[in-house]
Design a protein around this ligand. Structure first.
Ligand SMILES: C[S@@+](CC[C@H](N)C(=O)[O-])C[C@H]1O[C@@H](n2cnc3c(N)ncnc32)[C@H](O)[C@@H]1O
Ligand code: SF4
Ligand code: SF4
Length: 435
């Protein structure tokens, strides 16, 4: 992976405060921190706007507005989100959805903002137990109903722990029936970095992890619902060919490489789940801070076992924070690692490359671009790709082209030209016009 100067993703934690108090929540500060006495109560709309300007300066492609519960400070963050959208930055809000209101729905609609919503469990008592709030399920469902009614895009995320694993299938069935979901996130719980051993009763065993994968496979292949995960699987923890097709080679840790997190004060971390602060964007230049985050991208945080593994380029050793609560080190093996599964016997699902023909015509969509040292990041709507200077020059020089232009300009055969075109087409950079 090339070193980017302008990471496409930022997780912006707009408040540490929350109206829920989930038993698994990784917000490490929440136990030792009394928000009511904190400075953050005094944070103004202007403070948020200053952070939004920094995010714009850093040419983010997508800002994930998160927390704590971001809707608690919606009134103060609204103008910042507006500013980000006006500067072409995509926004997704991580939320428990309870505070969704007509005003928020109108705002989401106006600015094309989607939501990533925590859904603990469809069984009321379990949901209330997880969130530590009575009546939480009813409130979440009411909000989801309103979002559906108003056509707002959202994805649901079930964080699976010992508390809800026995209800996982029931929860998926419920969401299927009630919302006809097309996609769901099923995420293994991670131990929060500040949690003590009393948390361990909620952790998943190896058998549980296999069960979660089996349920994910069933959800995808029997029900036709796409399954993703908020936290990557290590390749050696994947337990079947079908699970490999679902998770293998698809998701890996982006922290410190193409993403970073900002807390409420502008402190920069590589990962929202981590507690290590690399600097403050109001006190230092972003590039100086980003330089110090290099340990997340130069391989120095990889466990020794992973450095020897031939799958490391794809797997990246799973989650660097996962074992930290047990070892105090970021370079420890992800707890799901299973070295006995090496070398990996499963194969990734091959993605069909569309076939293009010589009389196809390609038209560019109005993509935006960000210059990097090694080339460009180009993006259209939610997608982005990195391309070389040569390909960028080619795209700039033509408004309409066909496959033979690629073959001739890059001295490649039609198979390679197809690959280039399909990458551009699948990411919405070009459209094909077929006679
Ligand atoms: C910390 S929450 C903040 C946003 C919002 N309050 C919510 O619950 O969606 C961000 C995301 O992290 C997930 N999450 C929280 N604790 C987690 C843990 N221990 N392991 C894995 N994911 C976790 C939540 O479900 C949510 O999707
Ligand atoms: S709703 Fe989100 S921030 Fe709040 S406690 Fe639950 S996971 Fe944490
Ligand atoms: S040994 Fe490390 S790099 Fe290799 S598959 Fe397992 S977790 Fe991934």
């Amino acid at each position: 992976m090339k070193n980017v100067q302008y990471p496409p993703f930022v997780h912006w934690e707009v408040t540490p405060e929350c109206n829920h108090n989930c038993i698994h929540c990784y917000n490490y500060w929440r136990k030792s921190y009394n928000f009511c006495d904190s400075h953050e109560r005094q944070l103004t709309e202007d403070h948020y706007l200053r952070i939004a300007h920094k995010i714009i300066e850093q040419k983010a492609h997508t800002a994930v507005v998160t927390g704590g519960e971001p809707l608690l400070v919606f009134d103060k963050v609204k103008s910042s989100m507006e500013l980000l959208r006006k500067n072409g930055i995509n926004i997704s809000i991580n939320t428990n959805a309870v505070l969704v209101s007509d005003e928020i729905i109108a705002f989401l609609k106006q600015y094309g903002i989607g939501m990533f919503i925590s859904f603990p469990c469809a069984e009321e008592t379990v949901c209330d137990f997880i969130t530590n709030r009575k009546g939480s399920l009813k409130k979440i469902l009411h909000s989801l109903d309103c979002l559906v009614k108003n056509g707002i895009q959202f994805s649901l995320n079930i964080v699976v722990s010992k508390a809800n694993i026995d209800y996982l299938e029931q929860t998926i069935d419920f969401l299927r029936d009630r919302y006809h979901i097309k996609k769901i996130y099923i995420t293994r719980v991670g131990k929060p970095v500040n949690a003590d051993s009393s948390f361990d009763k909620f952790l998943l065993s190896q058998e549980d992890l296999d069960r979660v994968q089996d349920i994910s496979v069933k959800t995808k292949y029997e029900y036709g619902i796409d399954v993703d995960t908020g936290c990557p699987y290590t390749l050696c923890s994947i337990n079947s060919q079908k699970s490999f097709e679902l998770f293998g080679y698809k998701k890996f840790c982006t922290a410190g490489k193409t993403s970073y997190a900002l807390d409420t004060f502008g402190n920069l971390k590589a990962c929202p789940r981590d507690s290590k602060i690399y600097g403050n964007i109001f006190e230092e230049s972003f590039s100086d801070i980003w330089e110090r985050v290099a340990e997340w991208r130069d391989g120095s945080l990889l466990p020794e076992e992973c450095k020897q593994c031939k799958h490391v380029e794809i797997c990246k050793g799973g989650c660097r924070v996962d074992a930290f609560p047990f070892t105090g080190k970021l370079n420890s093996l992800d707890t799901t690692t299973n070295l006995e599964n090496l070398p990996i016997k499963y194969i990734p699902k091959s993605t069909a490359i569309p076939e293009f023909f010589d009389d196809d015509t390609f038209i560019k969509n109005p993509f935006t671009c960000v210059k990097e040292d090694f080339g460009y990041r180009i993006s259209y709507r939610q997608s982005y790709i990195f391309i070389t200077e040569e390909l960028k020059r080619f795209l700039d020089s033509k408004s309409i082209f066909n496959r033979s232009d690629i073959v001739n300009d890059f001295s490649v055969d039609s198979t390679i030209a197809n690959r280039i075109l399909s990458r551009l087409a699948m990411n919405g950079i070009i459209q094909v016009v077929r006679r």
